[in-house]
Design a protein around this ligand. Structure first.
Ligand code: F3S
Length: 387
C-alpha cells in the first residue's frame, strides 16, 4: 500500500505510540481489503460509545490511548442522556462507567454530540470521503448525500479520526457503488410515511443482504430515505442504495441494470408487519429525529397527555435549535432525550413490549432490549401513547 513520508514517520513511532498503533490498524485493514492507498477524510463518526455495548474491556482499551483526532469526529449515541441520566432511571453504577467512556473519547478529541445523525449538525457533501461507523449514518451518507464511506468498525473509525485518513477500498471507489439488484415496489406509496418506508427497508434488507439495491416505484423524502436505509442496514448489511430519480447517484448516472436480479415487493408484504400487539411504552427517533420529525410529534401531541411512557430521541444539536417544539412535546409528559436511544440505552429493558415507528428499531428491540416490538405509523404511535 502506498504511504506518504508523514505516514512512514507515524509508523516509525515518531508521532507517539497511539498514532502509530492507529495507523498500523488502518494499514492492516487496507491490506486485508486490497486498498492501494489511504484517502484523506472530511469527518469520522465513531461507534462503540455505549457502555452497554463495549463494557469494561472496551473502556480499558479507550483509556489506554493518548492522541487527538485531526478531523471533525462525532461520537455515536451512548447509553444515557449525559445531563438527564437520573431522570431516565439509569443505574448510578452504569452512569459512572458511561461517563468514563465519554471522558476517554473526549480526551481523544472526539466531539460529544453522541448522535447517529451527524449530517444534521455538520455539513457533509456529495463526494466527501468519510469514516463513519453507525450503520444508518453510513447508509444516509452514501445513499442520500452521495458521500463515500465504508461501514467502519468503532476502532477503524477512531483510527481514521486520529490519522485523518482511511483505506481507500469498497464504497470509496466508483466501481464498487453500482447497483447489484433491482427492487420493484408495487404499492400506492403516495400516503406512505416514515414507518411504511421503514417497514419496506426491514423487509428488503432481509432479501438483499449486503448487496446494493436499486429501487423503482417509490418517491421517498429525506426522512423516509433515512428510514429505509436504517432498516436495511439492520436486517441486512446494506451500506448504499439507490432510488430511481431520487438519490443523487441514481440521478447522475445511467446504470446498466440489465441482467440484475429483480425482486418485486407488494403492499401486502409491508402491511403484514403492522400488528396490533399491546404495548407498554413507545419510542420514537431511530435514527435520531430530524427537526421536521420533532415538529410532527409536537403537532400530534398538541392538547394530549401521555398515558404510557413516550420516549423521543434526537441529537443535542437538533434539540437545542428546536427548544420550543421540544417543550411542546414534553408538556404532554413525553420525554425528549439527547445522546442516546431506545437500543443503546438500558432504559427500555424494563418494558416487555415497545412500539416504534422505525424499521431499524423494530428489528433491534427484540434482541437488544429483550422485549417484543410493534411498528406503527407516527400517528398510531402517538395514539397508543395517549389513549
Ligand atoms: Fe440511531 Fe440508536 Fe437507531 S444509534 S439508528 S437511534 S438504534
Amino acid at each position: 500500500m502506498q504511504l506518504d513520508p508523514e505516514d512512514e514517520r507515524i509508523l516509525a513511532g515518531e508521532a507517539g505510540e497511539t498514532r502509530q498503533k492507529m495507523l498500523e490498524l488502518l494499514v492492516a485493514l487496507g491490506r486485508v481489503f486490497g486498498a492501494e492507498r489511504l484517502v484523506p477524510i472530511k469527518s469520522a463518526q465513531v461507534s462503540g460509545a455505549s457502555y452497554k455495548t463495549i463494557g469494561k474491556y472496551g473502556l480499558d482499551w479507550l483509556a489506554s490511548l493518548d492522541a487527538k483526532a485531526v478531523v471533525p469526529a462525532v461520537l455515536n449515541p451512548i447509553g444515557m442522556a449525559r445531563t438527564r441520566w437520573e431522570e431516565m432511571g439509569i443505574d448510578p453504577g452504569f452512569a459512572k462507567n458511561q461517563q468514563a467512556v465519554v471522558a476517554a473519547y473526549e480526551h481523544l478529541g472526539i466531539r460529544l454530540d453522541c448522535t447517529c445523525t451527524p449530517y444534521y449538525l455538520y455539513e457533509t457533501r456529495y463526494g466527501d470521503h468519510l469514516a463513519w461507523s453507525e450503520s444508518s449514518a453510513v447508509s444516509y451518507a452514501n445513499s442520500v448525500i452521495g458521500a463515500r464511506t465504508n461501514r467502519e468498525g468503532g476502532p477503524g473509525a477512531l483510527a481514521a479520526a486520529i490519522i485523518g485518513k482511511t483505506p481507500c477500498y469498497g464504497l470509496h471507489l466508483d466501481t464498487k457503488r453500482v447497483p447489484q439488484m433491482v427492487i420493484e415496489v408495487h404499492a400506492d406509496t403516495s400516503r406512505w410515511g416514515v414507518a411504511d418506508y421503514g417497514a419496506l427497508g426491514y423487509h428488503v434488507g432481509k432479501l438483499v443482504g449486503n448487496r446494493i439495491p436499486y429501487f423503482r416505484g417509490i418517491k421517498p423524502d429525506a426522512d423516509q430515505l433515512k428510514a429505509i436505509g436504517a432498516a436495511m442496514a439492520a436486517t441486512g448489511a446494506v451500506a448504499l442504495y439507490h432510488v430511481e430519480g431520487v438519490t443523487p447517484e441514481a440521478q447522475k448516472n445511467r446504470y446498466d441494470l440489465s441482467g440484475l436480479e429483480t425482486i418485486s415487493v407488494e403492499q401486502a408484504e409491508i402491511s403484514r408487519l403492522f400488528t396490533q400487539i399491546p404495548v407498554d411504552a413507545v419510542a420514537l427517533g431511530c435514527p435520531h429525529c430530524s427537526p421536521a420529525e420533532l415538529a410532527e410529534i409536537a403537532r400530534l401531541l398538541t392538547g394530549k397527555i401521555v398515558t404510557k411512557p413516550l420516549y423521543v430521541f434526537a441529537s443535542e444539536g437538533v434539540i437545542d435549535k428546536n427548544t420550543r417544539i421540544v417543550d411542546n412535546i414534553e408538556k404532554s409528559g413525553a420525554r425528549v432525550f439527547a445522546d442516546t436511544c431506545m437500543v443503546v440505552s438500558p432504559v427500555m429493558v424494563q418494558y416487555p413490549s415497545i412500539m416504534v415507528n422505525s424499521g431499524k428499531a423494530f428489528a433491534y428491540v427484540p434482541n437488544m432490549c429483550g422485549g417484543q416490538a410493534r411498528i406503527g405509523t407516527i400517528e398510531d404511535c402517538i395514539q397508543v401513547a395517549t389513549e
